[in-house]
Design a protein around this ligand. Structure first.
Ligand code: ATP
Ligand code: MG
Length: 430
C-alpha cells in the first residue's frame, strides 16, 4: 500500500529543526515579557464570517486562500488565515477591550491555500502582538520597538529594513479609491484581468500588482498621500519623530498598502534581502475600526504579525543560531551491564538534579560498549559518562570521555563526579 504523505505546503518540523524553532520562540517570549505583553490563545477554527468581516471580502485571503468547510452541523467554519481576527473576537467576547488597555501576544499555525514555494506555505506560523485601547502614536512605536528588540536579540538588526506608510482613515481611502478607480477606468484596456476586477471592488489592491505593465500605468495615478486627512498626517509625523528619537531606522514607501482591509493610519512591513522573493518577515499597523466592525464598541488597536518560517530560514541561512541552542544532548551515560541498570539510572537522576538545564540520556536497550558509544556520538552528546561495574549496587569509579576531537578521558570517584563534569563541560565549547 502506498504510504500517505503530508499535505502539500504543510511542513513537518523534525527534531534538528525544532531546536531552531524553540530558540526563536524562547527569544520572542522573552522580548514580549520584557514589554509587559501577555499571551492569549484562541482556536484555530472560527466561523468563516469572522474572517470575511474582518479581513475583507475582496482580499486575496478571503477570495482564494481560506480553508473553509461545513462541519457536521452545517456551520461554515474556516481554519484561521491570520491571528488578529480571532484575537479581537476572543478579547471582546471576554470583556477585555471595553474601556481597557491590553497588551497581548499570540503564536501558532495559520492556514492559507497559496502556491507553496520557499518562504510561502499552506500551514505556516506567526507570532503576533496586539495592543488595544491606546491612541498612539506612542503605542504604534512601542509595538515597532518590540519587533526591533526581537531583531536585536536574534542578531538580525542589520538584515531587516522597516518600511512605513500613512494610509489615512477608511473615509480617506474611500475618497482616494474613487479617484483611483476613475484613473484606472481610463486605462482599462491595458490592465490585466485581476486589476480590471479589483479596480471596481477594491482599487487599492491594484497598487499591489506584481505586473510590470500595471505598475507602469500606476506611475501617473493619483497618490494616496494627497488624500489622507490632516489628523492622520499629524499622527504619522509624530510617529516618525518618535522612531528617530529611539534610533529605529525606517524608510517611507508610498506604495505600501498591505493585503488586509482593516488597517488605518500607519502601516508597515519589515523586509529583508536575505531571503530572495518572500522577503517580508513582519507586517502590521493600526486598525482602529476593526473591533466595531466585528460588533464591539469602538476600540483603538495596533499590532503586527511575524512569519516564523521566514525567520527560521534567515537564521539558518545566516548561521545565527547559537551553538548552545542547537545542543540537544549534553551527556550520555553508558551502563556497563544489565546488572548496573538501576545504579546507572539513579546516577542519571543525580546528574539531572545537579545540571537541571542539560540534556542527559541514560542508554536504554543494552548492547556492548562500542555500540553504546556510537549512539552517544550519534545523539550529539558532548560527554560520555561511563561507570565501572557497581560493587554491591554502588557505583564507585566513573570514566568520563569527552566526545570532541581531543577525546580527553579521565576516571573519577563518585564524590568528585559533579565537580569534574562541570569543569570538563565549561572548558569545552568556549
Ligand atoms: P506576503 O506579502 O508575503 O504574502 P502577507 O502580506 O500576505 O505576506 P501578512 O498577512 O501580513 O502577510 O502576514 C504577516 C507575515 O506572515 C508575513 O510578513 C510573512 O512573514 C508571513 N506569511 C504570510 N503568509 C505566509 C505564508 N503563506 N507562508 C509563510 N509565511 C507567511
Ligand atoms: Mg500574502
Amino acid at each position: 500500500m502506498a504510504k500517505l504523505q503530508a499535505i502539500r505546503g504543510m511542513n513537518d518540523i523534525l527534531p534538528g529543526e525544532s531546536l531552531t524553532w524553540q530558540y526563536v520562540e524562547t527569544c520572542f517570549r522573552r522580548v514580549v515579557k520584557q514589554f509587559g505583553y501577555q499571551e492569549i490563545r484562541f482556536p484555530i477554527v472560527e466561523q468563516t464570517q469572522l474572517f470575511k468581516r474582518s479581513i475583507g471580502e475582496v482580499t486575496d485571503i478571503v477570495e482564494k486562500e481560506m480553508y473553509s468547510f461545513d462541519d457536521r452541523n452545517g456551520d461554515n467554519l474556516s481554519l484561521r488565515p491570520e491571528g488578529t481576527a480571532g484575537c479581537v473576537r476572543a478579547a471582546d467576547q471576554h470583556g477585555l477591550l471595553y474601556n481597557q488597555q491590553q497588551r497581548l501576544w499570540y503564536q501558532g499555525p495559520m492556514f492559507r491555500h497559496e502556491r507553496p514555494q520557499k518562504g510561502r506555505y499552506r500551514q505556516f506560523h506567526q507570532f503576533g502582538v496586539e495592543a488595544f485601547g491606546m491612541a498612539g502614536p506612542d503605542i504604534d512605536v512601542e509595538v515597532l520597538q518590540v519587533a526591533a528588540a526581537l531583531w536585536q536579540v536574534l542578531g538580525l538588526t542589520q538584515y531587516v529594513q522597516l518600511e512605513i506608510n500613512n494610509i489615512g482613515s477608511s473615509a480617506d481611502r474611500k475618497q482616494y479609491g474613487a479617484a483611483l478607480t476613475a484613473f484606472l477606468a481610463k486605462h482599462e484596456e491595458q490592465l490585466d484581468e485581476d486589476s480590471k476586477r479589483r479596480m471596481h471592488t477594491n482599487p487599492l489592491r491594484v497598487l499591489d500588482s506584481k505586473n510590470p505593465d500595471v505598475q507602469t500605468i500606476l506611475r501617473d495615478a493619483p497618490q494616496l498621500a494627497d488624500y489622507v486627512s490632516d489628523e492622520s498626517k499629524q499622527h504619522f509625523a509624530e510617529l516618525k519623530a518618535l522612531l528617530k528619537s529611539l534610533n529605529i531606522s525606517f524608510s517611507e514607501n508610498p506604495r505600501l498598502v498591505r493585503g488586509l482591509d482593516y488597517y488605518n493610519y500607519c502601516v508597515y512591513e519589515w523586509t529583508t534581502d536575505a531571503l530572495g522573493a518572500q522577503g517580508t518577515v513582519c507586517g502590521g499597523g493600526r486598525y482602529d475600526g476593526l473591533v466595531e466592525q466585528l460588533g464591539g464598541k469602538p476600540t483603538l488597536a495596533a499590532g503586527f504579525a511575524i512569519g516564523i518560517e521566514r525567520l527560521v530560514l534567515m537564521l539558518d541561512g545566516l548561521k545565527l543560531v547559537p551553538e548552545e541552542a542547537l545542543q540537544a544532548i549534553d551527556m550520555y551515560i553508558l551502563p556497563p551491564s544489565s546488572e548496573d541498570t538501576a545504579a546507572s539510572m539513579l546516577l542519571a537522576e543525580e546528574l539531572r538534579a545537579a545540571f537541571p538545564a542539560l540534556g542527559i540520556i541514560c542508554h536504554c536497550g543494552g548492547g556492548k560498549y562500542n555500540s553504546q558509544i556510537k549512539r552517544a556520538f550519534n545523539a550529539g552528546a558532548r560527554l560520555a559518562v561511563i561507570p565501572e561495574p557497581a560493587e554491591k549496587g554502588v557505583l564507585t569509579a566513573i570514566r568520563l570521555r569527552m566526545l570532541d576531537e581531543e577525546g580527553k578521558t579521565e576516571t573519577v570517584s563518585k564524590d568528585e563526579l559533579v565537580t569534574k563534569i562541570r569543569e570538563l563541560l565549561s572548558n569545552s565549547g568556549d
